[in-house]
Every structure is written in C-alpha cells, then in structure tokens.
Design a protein around this ligand. Structure first.
Ligand code: ADP
Ligand code: MG
Length: 363
C-alpha cells in the first residue's frame, strides 16, 4: 500500500485538485484508492460531491477515536465510485490540534489509525491543509511519498524550502524518510515565464521532479464547481489526459521500485549460492561508543530507516553493517540517535536538495 501526501504550505497551488483528480485517475487505472481529506476546509470532500458530513463520520471521528471511543477508518470511508473511497473532512477538524498537540504521540495519530486497520487499498492519497501544522505533520508522517504541486508562478516556489525543512525534521524527529517529488502544475505552454519557472522548479527538485506536467486547464475549475472529478465532468479534456499520465508515471515508478526490491533480494540469494559475481561488499562503519542506535540510509536502500538498515554495535565503539552493491555511485548518511551525519571517514561529499551535504562513494 502506497501512501501519498499532497502537500505545499502555499494555498492555491493545486493540492486539492491534484489529490482529488489523482485519486480518481488511480481508480480509473483499476487501483483501489482511498482519498483522505485532512483539510478542515473540506475542499476535496465538497469537490467530489459530499456536501453534508456527520463530524463523527469524518476524519475528525478517527482523531477523536484516540481520546474516546470513535470510528476506525473502515467505518468512516465512504464509497464515491468504483475503486474510490473517501474519508471526508469537517470544519470541526480545525479544533483537534488544540486538543491533541500536547499528546506525546499526537503526530502519529493518522499513522497508527492506518496501521491498525487492515486496509485493502493500493493507494491512499492525503490532501493536506495549506500550512505546516499538526495536521500536515500527521499526514507527512503517515506518507511514504510526498507530492509537492508547484504552480508555475513565482510565488509558489517560496513555500517549497519550508516544506523540505519539515521533511528533514520528520526524518530527524520521527525516524521516517518519505520520498519528496515535485509536480509542475498550472503550466501554460504559451508563456515564456512558465518555461523559466519550470527551469527553477527543476533546479530545486532535480531528479525528484515528476516528468508529467499538469497544464493550466479551465475545465478543472468547472469540474470543481460541479463537485465532480475531471473524469466525470470533462473526460476528454487536456486535464483528464494529464492526470491519467500522472497516474501512469506513479504506477510505473512503483512497479520499478518493487521489481528493484525483488532484484535486491535475488542478488542476495544468488550471492549466497554463487559467491560474489557482480556485486561488491561495502562495509559502513561509524564510531559512536555512546550511541543507542545507528542507521545507514542512502539511495541504495531508498533512505529507509528501518531495522534492516540498523548497524551492529562492535566492542571497540564502532557500529558496522555491510551491503552488496552493484557498480555505481551512491549517496548516504548515518543517523545516530536521530541526528544525521556525514561519514567522518569519507571526504567525498556532494550537496543535496535540502541545502546540506551527503557522503558519496563509487564502486
Ligand atoms: N491545472 C490547473 N489549471 C487550472 N486551474 C487549476 C489547475 N489546478 C488547480 N486549479 C484551480 O486553482 C485553484 C486552487 O486550487 P486548489 O486545488 O484548491 O489549491 P490548494 O488546495 O493548494 O489550495 C482552484 O480554483 C482550482 O480549480
Ligand atoms: Mg486545498
């Protein structure tokens, strides 16, 4: 199950439009999809035709579940069309931050609710509010991927830096490293300005920018006015075409990612049977005698901070773990008790999109 949060602290850059139409596009492609509306303004809920919501059957019901008996996701999710369900929002959601933010596990409420219910979706898409507060933090913590829609206009780029620092904060505080992907939205192919903006957006996101571009298309606004997805309202529009292309790109990426995982597993097995044919062993070592835990994260393990990437403590104060890797160039960092470090034993470093540096090595 892939969980994608649509986030950018700037309002009006197209989060809700992306969340609703991407969910509908994934459903069109046969993926069982759940859209979670985390924004108390409920634009995604209204935009897909749900005009009246009982607060306890909204995302609010799920959050109060944490304090008193409320509803699990399965009971709140409402079917919209074939393959597409929604957990609607409600304006009362704007009060939960005040009530829950002091709780130690407050930022994990959505993650826990998703993990607890045994959900049979291929994709969960979360529409975030336009700020970097408690609700957005909950969504980013639950997500394994974050799509940042960036309007091809000058002002929307400013919010991106803040969002990226928020993701860094999540990595550090909550030991969670979702992938961030940029998405160019409202692109006007006849404007030189839009072209220049795409250049800037590419510079920020580099290879993390989605190839699909969502063009400016007025039919998205008509669809919103009619409280319908673009596929119901204007299925032949440019926008409908763009959103199907976006769904295809994500699906292709996820297939590749899972085949890459299988490939890694096979390589391990083959290595066990035939010895080291192609891959080379790379030992990672970090000296931290007082640390409680040390992780290695890099592009070879999808920057995942889980037990398979935990280093083993040695008697001399070193922490160690080895990987078998194919020839290539790799980036990595150590995470020592929640803090990120370069490899002090490796002088090779390169800047990363977060304004910081990663250690690099070549096999
Ligand atoms: N590709 C697009 N072309 C034209 N209008 C768009 C496009 N994407 C979004 N919009 C419009 O821009 C406005 C803001 O979008 P919205 O999704 O509500 O942004 P956010 O959720 O980030 O505040 C809405 O009126 C929406 O219909
Ligand atoms: Mg919105």
């Amino acid at each position: 199950m892939k969980i994608i949060a649509i986030s950018n602290q700037k309002g009006g850059c197209g989060k809700t439009t992306v969340a609703t139409n991407l969910s509908a596009a994934l459903a069109q492609k046969g993926q069982k999809t759940l859209l979670i509306d985390m924004d108390p303004q409920s634009h995604a809920t209204i935009g897909l035709g749900i005009l009246k919501v009982d607060p306890f059957h909204s995302i609010f019901g799920l959050f109060v579940n944490e304090i008193r008996k409320g509803k699990p996701i399965k009971e709140i999710a409402t079917n919209l069309e074939n393959n597409l369900d929604i957990v609607p929002s409600h304006i009362i959601m704007s009060t939960v931050e005040h009530e829950l933010k002091e709780r130690e596990d407050g930022l994990l409420i959505l993650t826990k609710a998703i993990n607890r219910s045994d959900l049979a979706y291929d994709y969960i898409v979360i529409d975030c509010p336009p700020n970097l507060g408690f609700l957005t933090f909950n969504a980013l913590r639950a997500a394994n991927e974050i799509i940042v829609p960036v309007e091809a206009s000058a002002f929307s780029i400013m919010g991106v830096g803040k969002l990226i620092s928020m993701v860094e904060l999540i990595k550090i505080k909550l030991h969670h490293a979702p992938h961030v992907k940029g998405l160019v939205n409202m692109y006007d192919e006849y404007s030189d300005f839009a072209e220049r903006m795409v250049g800037k957006i590419k510079y920020i996101f580099k290879d993390k920018l989605l190839k699909t571009i969502i063009s400016f298309d007025i039919s998205l606004r008509w669809a919103q006015e009619k409280s319908e997805s673009i596929f119901k309202c204007e299925p032949k529009s440019r926008a409908a075409h763009d959103y199907l292309a976006l769904a295809d790109e994500l699906l292709a990426f996820d297939r590749e990612e899972s085949s890459e995982n299988i490939y890694q597993e096979m390589r391990k097995i083959l290595h066990g049977v035939y010895g080291n044919v192609y891959s080379k062993e790379k030992v990672f070592r970090f000296y931290a005698p007082k640390a409680k835990e040390v992780y290695i994260v890099g592009d070879f393990n999808n920057w995942k901070m889980d037990t398979s990437n935990l280093l083993e403590r040695k008697k001399n104060g070193d922490w160690e773990k080895s990987f078998y890797l194919l020839p290539g160039k790799y980036r990595y960092k150590f995470v020592v008790d929640g803090l990120w470090f370069w490899d002090p034993q490796n002088t090779e470093k390169e800047p990363n999109p977060y304004g910081d540096f990663d250690s690099v090595f070549q096999i």
